[in-house]
Write a protein that binds this ligand. Structure first.
Ligand code: ATP
Length: 235
């Protein structure tokens, strides 16, 4: 029998105040997988990550993680269960140094990465150790944001558009990092606009449209489905 999913999202609905943003999102992620959420602007990808994380607290449906229902839990309890979220805006503290930013997050699980290990993944950061957040390039900020969540010890990562606005060489570096994390057994849900990038790192893609998952495409079948995907993404 197939292994039970690590994360299982069922009929997830979520609201910003009175505004109903997710209309029954359903998908699964297995341990060690890299899965993307693809879709147009405003489709509900970011909202899906926030609702899984409990940052968007007004939600219904079911999100089980390691067979445990998380829908009633506050964000800090979901973080403690071992899920970490890296927001699109990255959330780097501009007045703190790289090292201080890395030291901020609490360890929620044993086995959080050491600063040394993070510098090994992102050598650029080592050189910028004492630089203030404001002095970093966009790529360095993104690396710092990912490095920071690796400190927590969470093995399930929600990454919101890590490649946005970055140069191709930096995007490649982020792609290699995702591959290394996958090889170490991390599970990653990636929100992406850049499906060419998504295709280099992901096992499967879920298409989000109007607050729902409307399709699933295996990465191996992406080429055969490219026209369909273009239609979904409006490219
Ligand atoms: P993008 O790439 O533009 O972030 P997305 O697929 O991640 O696209 P969401 O940001 O999840 O889309 O937005 C889904 C819907 O929720 C949109 O209709 C958006 O206008 C709405 N929305 C997002 N954030 C808020 C908010 N803070 N308050 C009210 N509505 C919001």
């Amino acid at each position: 029998p197939a292994q039970a999913p690590l994360l299982s999202v069922r009929d997830l609905n979520a609201w910003y105040g009175e505004s109903h943003a997710l209309h029954g999102v359903t998908f699964d992620v297995h341990e060690g997988e890299v899965v993307t959420l693809l879709g147009r602007n405003g489709a509900g990808k970011t909202t899906t990550l926030k609702a899984i994380m409990g940052i968007l607290a007004k939600r219904t449906g079911s999100v089980t993680f390691e067979d445990r229902e998380t829908i009633g839990l506050p964000a800090r309890a979901i973080a403690r269960a071992g899920i970490a979220y890296c927001p699109e805006e990255r959330g780097i503290f501009s007045s703190l140094s790289v090292e201080e930013n890395l030291m901020l997050p609490p360890q929620v699980k044993s086995g959080g990465m050491s600063v040394e290990r993070i510098f090994e993944l992102f050598p650029n950061l080592r050189e910028r150790l004492s630089s203030q957040g404001t002095k970093l390039s966009g790529g360095e900020q993104q690396m710092l944001a990912i490095g920071r969540i690796l400190r927590t010890g969470a093995k399930t990562l929600l990454l919101d558009e890590p490649t946005e606005g970055l140069a191709p060489v930096i995007i490649q570096q982020i792609g290699r990092t995702i591959e290394r994390l996958k090889a170490e057994g991390f599970t990653i849900i990636l929100v992406e606009q850049n499906f060419r990038f998504a295709a280099t790192v992901a096992d499967r893609h879920y298409v989000v449209e109007q607050g729902k998952v409307v399709d699933q495409i295996l990465n191996d079948e992406l080429d055969a489905n490219i026209e369909k995907l273009h239609a979904y993404l409006g490219v």
